[in-house]
Design a protein around this ligand. Structure first.
Ligand code: HDD
Length: 695
């Protein structure tokens, strides 16, 4: 007999025989099978007698288990781990001089978008903080059809021709015999492949730099990578490269920090994105183009169709055209983020492809992959993929057809369906009528042959700490390669990029003088640095959007806590309180404060800058917590601005961190919160780094 336990809106909670819980509908919706049959008991399988065998006729059990067994679809072969959100795009003004696309004309109009940011190599369950390229894919639901801009957070790519893509990806994925390492390029097959493909060198510089270990998905750039065409109303074409710039600036972790965050919170980036949107701090990017004519392109000393090359902003500056704001989390991760299908071939009138061979290959691959991943040519009917403008044609049937097309006509031309859809030469999509002629060949253009000059440009454009991190990145990754011949080959390539880079990496590896001699196909240029390639040369001095961690205890000084809260909020940053235990605690004046985290679950790598301010009475017990001492040690090693109060000094002593070590150490009790903020705005105390790591 079921016993009533409590009553709630829509259902009553009861316990049945054996004490198992049931929630019985009262005036709320009924639980049904997928066929709509109301279910009386969803907790017990049909059996003969309470302890007897189960019956195959239990259609309710079979439907539920069968559905469960088929809940997974193939994950994306690359970019399997990603996180998406809804939002809108808004033009700053009409871009009609450049492009006739409707969504770029009206500054009042908001075009809905869905944006998915991903890592490339790892599987869907891998950690967020892997060293990797971040995919940056945006679907614009325009009035003229869906437009997908499928880019990355790095403006160049590993290879020049799509035919190499399967090999590139096989090399970076876990080795096929042992199935490791997961979500890492730090292994022999990857470095063997790229070291045999000098065209990868420029991209490798980016991937070994801080760009590949972002602090937050809200703080990465996005790039369309290839040259595209924009077409105006008269049919004139201009080439463009797309750039997304984050509102908060572009910030990164330190490698050691990324490794720790990966353990402490494998979902670090997605959690940050979700929480920001939920709290109303909407991630935002500015969309710009570099636009240039064929004549300008002819004067570049590289080929703009080569996806391993970028156009320095000194050569072609950025023109901002609009902004994207992500203001709504998904309702269901699988239905939306997992099933969203991006294809670079999804175009609208006014935008067209270039002959970049990598782009041309991609145009085939994405549609094909959606068919295998989502299982049907009707994937455009899934809500997240469905155009928000009307669409109509005579395509029919197929797996999981969810529409019900009416009428007897499924062909055109026809004279039987007078009201049916028809072509429109005026508003319809026209490919740009580029003149093309030549022989059929399998040949890389000679203009693609310079693999080192732009890699050197990147190196020369970095600040000193950024260069150190690139050396660290190469040293770590090559150190994970077991084959010496791969390391000596890579040192040879690095020598062609910059001899000092090669020798510093060789030094870190203990392999000085062992670089192979590799002859570049064409002489390597020595370009002037390009400032915008550096993150930190141009980083905004701001903590807006960042997280400040306050490690404190029961009895925290109420005045100090209030001042910290006020200051952090005024800077547009977020304060998170960490205490030994998660339960509510009291300030020195008896107000209740609930910490955001407990100490063991929130090491300092999770925060951008930190303050350690325990109550004097709690210091003794904190001294016995390794997590508290590590909190200080790692914050120092990760070059953070560190605020402290007087009571915390024994903790610093135990962590062997001097309170006057550098200007990044600030006593926040003597009204120096402003100084703390000033230091935190440097992002890191860079000059501390040589004291805490050599490679
Ligand atoms: Fe790709 C997914 C970006 C080269 C084949 N790619 C994928 C995604 C992004 C990119 C962001 C994830 C989309 C999502 O969130 O669902 N890919 C790029 C960029 C490239 C690039 C910026 C070079 C400039 N890709 C590239 C090549 C090929 C592919 C050369 C094949 C010839 N990419 C795919 C794919 C994926 C994919 C296999 C896997 C899942 C998907 O398409 O939807 O088709």
């Amino acid at each position: 007999m079921a016993k009533k336990a409590e009553s709630k809106t829509g259902y009553e909670s009861t316990t049945g025989n054996g004490g198992e819980p049931h929630q019985i509908a009262t005036d709320g919706p009924r639980l049904t099978t997928n066929q709509g049959t109301v279910i009386s008991d969803d907790q017990n399988t049909l059996t003969i007698g309470p302890r007897g065998p189960q019956l195959l006729e239990d259609h309710i059990l079979r439907e539920k288990i069968t559905h469960f067994d088929h809940e997974r679809i193939p994950e994306r072969v690359v970019h399997a781990r990603g996180y998406g959100a809804h939002g809108y795009f808004q033009s700053y003004k009409s871009a009609s001089k450049l492009c006739k696309a409707g969504f770029l004309q009206d500054p009042e109009a908001k075009t809905p978008v869905f944006c998915r940011i991903s890592t490339v190599a790892g599987s869907a369950g891998s950690r967020d903080t892997a060293r990797d390229v971040r995919g940056f894919a945006v679907k614009f639901y325009t009035d003229e059809g869906n437009y997908d801009l499928v880019g990355n957070n790095i403006p160049v790519f590993f290879i020049q021709d799509a035919i190499k893509f399967p090999d590139l990806i096989h090399s970076v994925k876990p080795a096929p015999d042992r199935d490791f390492p997961q979500a890492q390029s730090a292994h022999d097959t990857f470095w063997d492949f790229v070291s045999l493909n000098p065209e990868s060198m420029h991209m490798l510089m980016w991937v070994m730099s801080d760009r590949a270990i972002p602090t937050s998905l809200r703080m990465i750039e996005g790039f369309g990578v290839h040259s595209f065409r924009m077409i105006d109303k008269e049919g004139n074409s201009t080439f463009v490269k797309f750039h997304w710039r984050p509102k908060y600036g572009t910030f990164s972790q330190i490698w050691d920090e990324a490794v720790m965050v990966g353990g402490a919170d494998p979902d670090f980036h997605r959690r940050d994105m979700w929480n920001s949107i939920e709290s109303g701090d909407y991630p935002e990017w500015e969309l710009s183009v570099q636009s240039f004519t064929q004549e300008q392109a002819d004067a570049f000393d590289f080929d703009h169709l080569d996806p391993t090359k970028l156009i320095p902003e000194e050569l072609v500056p950025l023109t901002p055209i609009g902004k994207m704001v992500l203001d709504r989390n998904v309702d269901n991760f699988f239905a939306e983020t997992e099933q969203v299908a991006f294809c670079p071939s999804h175009l609208v009138p006014g935008i067209d492809f270039s002959n970049d061979p990598l782009l041309q290959g991609r145009l085939f691959s994405y549609l094909d992959t959606q068919l295998s991943r989502l299982g049907s040519p009707n994937f455009h009917q899934i809500p997240v993929n469905k155009p928000k403008c009307p669409f109509a044609n005579f395509q029919r049937d197929g797996h999981m057809q969810t529409e019900v097309p009416t009428g007897r006509v499924a062909n055109q031309p026809n004279s039987l369906d007078e009201a049916g859809p028809r072509e429109d030469p005026k508003s319809g999509f026209h490919s740009f009528p580029a003149e093309e002629a030549g022989q059929k060949v399998r040949l890389r253009p000679e203009s693609f042959a310079d693999h080192y000059t732009q890699a050197r440009l990147f190196w020369k454009s970095m600040t000193e700490p950024e260069q150190r991190h690139i050396v660290g990145g190469f040293s770590f990754e090559l150190g994970k390669c077991q084959e010496t011949k791969i390391r000596t080959r890579m040192l040879g390539h690095l020598n062609n990029i910059a001899p000092e880079l090669s020798s510093q990496v060789a030094d870190c590896l203990g392999m000085k003088g062992m670089a192979d001699k590799i002859k570049p196909a064409v002489p390597v240029g020595d370009p002037e640095p390009s400032l915008p390639l550096s993150q930190y040369a141009v980083a905004p001095k701001s903590i807006a959007g960042k997280k400040i961690g306050l490690l404190t205890t029961n009895g925290v000084d109420a005045g100090l806590l209030g001042a910290i809260q006020k200051t952090v909020q005024a800077e547009g940053a977020k304060l998170e309180i960490i205490a030994p235990k998660i339960g509510p605690m009291e300030t020195s004046e008896g107000q209740e404060v609930t910490p955001d985290h407990f100490l063991a679950g929130a090491p300092s790598p999770l925060f951008d800058a930190v303050i350690i301010a325990p109550a004097p009475s709690a210091v003794e017990s904190l001294l016995a917590e390794a997590a508290a001492i590590d909190w200080i040690r790692t914050a120092f090693a990760h070059l953070k601005a560190i605020g402290f109060n007087e009571a915390s000094s024994p903790l610093f002593e135990k962590a062997a961190v001097k309170l006057d070590a550098d200007e990044g150490m600030i006593d926040v009790t003597d009204a120096s919160l402003t100084e703390f903020v000033t230091q935190a705005k440097q992002h890191r105390i860079w000059k501390r780094e040589p004291q805490v790591r050599s490679c």
